[in-house]
Design a protein around this ligand. Structure first.
Ligand SMILES: *[C@@H]1O[C@H](CO)[C@@H](O)[C@H](O)[C@H]1NC(C)=O
Ligand SMILES: *[C@@H]1O[C@H](CO)[C@@H](O)[C@H](O)[C@H]1NC(C)=O
Ligand SMILES: *[C@@H]1O[C@H](CO)[C@@H](O)[C@H](O)[C@H]1NC(C)=O
Length: 415
């Protein structure tokens, strides 16, 4: 190396390090001083690599080091549904530290994947008829109960949390901070009281529909029924804002997404969908909604299902990274994350076959030039910010005197 280049490096490197460290600090899960120093040293090393004065580490190595200090968040995992299907929801005879195929998730692989925050889906299938309403609440309770039994059975590994602050604390303590989401408005059986009680049980997001319309919102399944949200649907969204539950627009129609943009006061949230601009599947989110997401400071957590990545039966890690890059270019890296949908996927992306594989995707992002700070935002910071802002909206509404919506209609299948 020439002496002038070394001199330039000596001048520039400290500045790069300082900026990188500040960027990381601004959006993170409460770093300890030791981790902050490690981040700073890592950033210095990365700067030195870029300047050609240090031997480059492999992107996977960098990804693992970064994720060791900034555990990853994922927006959607369906293991509760798989355990329900394969073991009737009983875990006494299952060893969750090592589950055989077809499970994509177990504790060992979550640890290998550096997962520190997971939203678990309390999914139940779509009803064939609205008359199954009250039944939907029973089935939803079964799923929530299962997720609580799992957390209680493995207290060293899981901690159920109900806020961004608690998620940060649990992840920092080495637990997998666990949140619950319900995956379809059919699960509240047209009942605002059920919605509020789910919140009390720990549910922190509701996907407005699964792939079936409700009486108050259209899903992405054709043909449209209401062309978006009905007035009651809009009131449900307002009630979710009031109690601080994330309004998830995965699975809904594009018309419903646009109506939610108009109604919600909280950041837009997509737990497990990908970019319609790269794969025109109606489950994916179109550019105008992504732009609204930026305006609302929201997040789309990318689904790894090949059908939503390549619009075909197979996909690659590079194609998943393409979606993240596409959204980052359109609205910035502050509005994207991972919502892999493991244990809900029928086909898998090659290389992303289970929860141990996230670091490979992170390595691909680093290889493409995403900065450490952007990667930390994508892998956890963005989700935590959206959760926190949703909590703040609820607190502000309470301050302004917002009251529960007391409208209550009897269940459709009541005697
Ligand atoms: C659904 O329920 C309605 C009554 O609410 C009934 O008229 C209709 O036949 C049912 N449809 C199916 C497919 O079961
Ligand atoms: C509650 O929701 C109902 C049904 O959509 C609506 O008619 C009513 O205006 C809402 N009440 C409040 C206080 O928002
Ligand atoms: C959203 O609100 C704006 C302004 O009130 C209105 O012009 C527009 O039609 C609304 N869009 C939808 C999809 O409701």
């Amino acid at each position: 190396m020439s002496s002038s280049r070394a001199c330039l490096a000596a001048l520039v490197a400290p500045l790069v390090v300082l900026l990188a460290a500040l960027a990381l600090l601004s959006d993170d899960i409460d770093l300890s001083p030791a981790d902050w120093l490690a981040d700073t040293a890592d950033s210095a090393l990365a700067a030195a690599e870029r300047l050609g004065i240090a031997k480059p580490r492999s992107p996977l190595d960098r990804a693992l080091r970064l994720l060791d200090r900034h555990p990853l968040a994922d927006g959607h995992n369906d293991i509760a549904d798989k355990i329900t299907g394969l073991a009737d929801g009983a875990i006494a005879h299952l060893d969750l530290t090592r589950l055989p195929p077809p499970y994509h998730t177990d504790i060992t692989r979550l640890r290998q994947g550096r997962v520190g925050i997971q939203a678990w889906s309390a999914y139940i299938p779509c009803p064939s008829n609205f008359t199954q309403n009250a039944h939907a609440i029973r089935l939803t309770l079964d799923r929530i109960d299962l997720l609580k039994r799992i957390a209680a059975a493995y207290p060293d590994d899981f901690e159920l949390v109900g806020s961004a602050a608690a998620a940060r604390r649990a992840a920092r303590a080495g637990k997998i901070a666990s949140l619950i989401g319900i995956e379809g408005g059919h699960q509240i059986a047209e009942s605002l009281t059920a919605l509020r009680m789910y919140y009390d049980l720990g549910v922190r997001y509701m996907t407005l529909t699964h792939t079936c319309h409700t009486s108050w919102a259209d899903s992405c399944a054709p043909p449209p029924l209401h062309h978006g949200l009905t007035p009651f649907g809009a009131d449900i969204v307002r009630e979710m804002n009031r109690i601080g539950m994330l309004v998830d627009i995965s699975h809904v129609s594009h018309e419903t997404m646009r109506d939610v943009v108009n109604v919600t006061r909280a950041p837009l949230f997509v737990s497990h969908s990908s970019a319609y601009g790269l794969c025109a599947n109606p489950r994916n989110v179109p550019d105008d909604v992504l732009l609204a997401m930026k305006k609302h400071d929201g997040i789309i957590m990318i689904n790894f299902w090949p059908e939503l990545i390549s619009c075909g039966p197979t996909a690659t890690i590079a194609q998943v990274a393409d979606h993240i890059e596409y959204i980052s270019k359109l609205v910035g890296p502050k509005h994207v994350g991972f919502g892999a949908d493991f244990d809900g996927l029928t086909e898998l992306t090659t290389g992303l076959e289970d929860v141990s594989t996230y670091p490979k995707l992170v390595a691909e992002l680093l290889r493409r030039g995403f900065s450490d700070a952007d990667v930390v935002a994508i892998t956890s910071g963005n989700f935590l910010r959206v959760l926190e802002k949703t909590e703040i909206v609820a607190r502000k509404m309470a301050k302004r005197g917002a009251k529960p919506n007391e409208t209550n209609t009897p269940p459709r299948d009541a005697c």
